[in-house]
Design a protein around this ligand. Sequence first.
Ligand code: PEP
Ligand code: MN
Length: 352
Amino acid sequence: MEVLKNIKRPIIISGPCSAETEDQMMQTARDLKATGKINILRAGIWKPRTRPNSFEGVGEIGLEWLINAGIETGLPVITEVANAKHVDAALKAGFKMLWIGARTTVNPFAVQEIADALKGTGIEMLVKNPINPDLNLWIGGIERMKNAGLEEVHAIHRGFSSVKSKTYRNEPMWEIPLALKQEFPNINLICDPSHITGRRALLQSVSQKAMDLIYDGLMIESHIDPDNAWSDAKQQITPAVLNELLGNLILRTVNTDNLEVNQNLTELRNSIDGIDAELNELIAKRMAVATEIGNYKKEHNITILQPKRWEEIQKRQLKLGLEHGLSSKFIAKYLEAIHQESIRHQTAVMNK
Ligand code: PEP
Ligand code: MN
C-alpha cells in the first residue's frame, strides 16, 4: 500500500476518461506502460454525467478490465466511486486506490456514505475539488476520509465550474488549491489539466504551470483513439502525445545551493519587501483620506457609495494599469479590494 508516497515527483496518473471496451483498456494501458513515464493507471467505470442519455460508463464489468490491465502492466490502478455500492464493488474487484469526483465532493452526504464504506480498508483516496469554488467543501471531503481512518488521503485539482470562462472548461482558480496545500502541507496535490482545460492545445502549458506551482503530480486523460472516445473526446490525447508532453515538462526545484544566485535573489527580494512596505504606507494614506471624506459625507448627509465616481476611478485606473502591463482581471480585483476597504472605513465613521 502507500502508492503515492513512494513515487518520485511528478506522480503521473493516466488512462482513459472512461473504460469503453476490454481491448481499449488493455491497449491504452500497454501504450502508457511503454512510455516508462506513467505511475498509475486510471479509468472511469461509472461516469457522473450532467444530463442522462449520454454514455454513463460501462459499469461493474469495467472493474475487471482495469484490474487486468493493471496486472499485465504492473501499474497500480485507480477508479472513481460515487456511492457505497461502487465502493463495495471496487473493493471486491481488488482496488487499492479510489477517487471521488467533483460532483461527489459537493455532497457531504455522499462523501460521508463513501467514507463509512471505506472504514478500516486502508484504501488510498484521492479527493477531487468540488464543482464550485468552495475550499471548505474540499477540505471537508478530505477530513471525512481521514476521520474514517484512512491515512493516505490526497487531492486532485480539476478546476471550478464557471459561467464566465472562455479559456477553460473549468476555471483553475489556482489560489484555492494553493490554500488547500497550506491547510494540509503533507498532502499530495495532483493537477488534472484535462478537466481544467477541456482541450488538448492547453494541456502542456497548464501542466507546466502546475509543476511551477510545486504540484506533486498530474492526472491526464489518454486514449488510443481520442477523437472517437465515448466521453471527453476533445481533451484526451494518445499515450504517444502524452509521452511527448511529459518529455517537454521542465521540472524546476524550489531552492538552489548556488551562492551567487541566492545572493542575487536575496537582493531582489529585499527590493520587493521595500516596495511592499511603501505600498502599505500608500494604502494607509489613501484610507486616511477616505476617512476624512467619510466625515464630510456624514456631516452633509451624503451616501457612502458614489456610483459615478466609482465608475470613473475604475475606468481611469484600468487604462493606467493596462498601460503598465497589468491584467484587467488584476486591476479589477485590487481596485475592488481597495474600494471595499474605503467603504469599511467610511461605514465606521457613519456609525460613530
Ligand atoms: C473524470 O476524471 O473523468 C471525471 C469525471 O472528473 P471530474 O469529477 O473532475 O469531472
Ligand atoms: Mn473525463
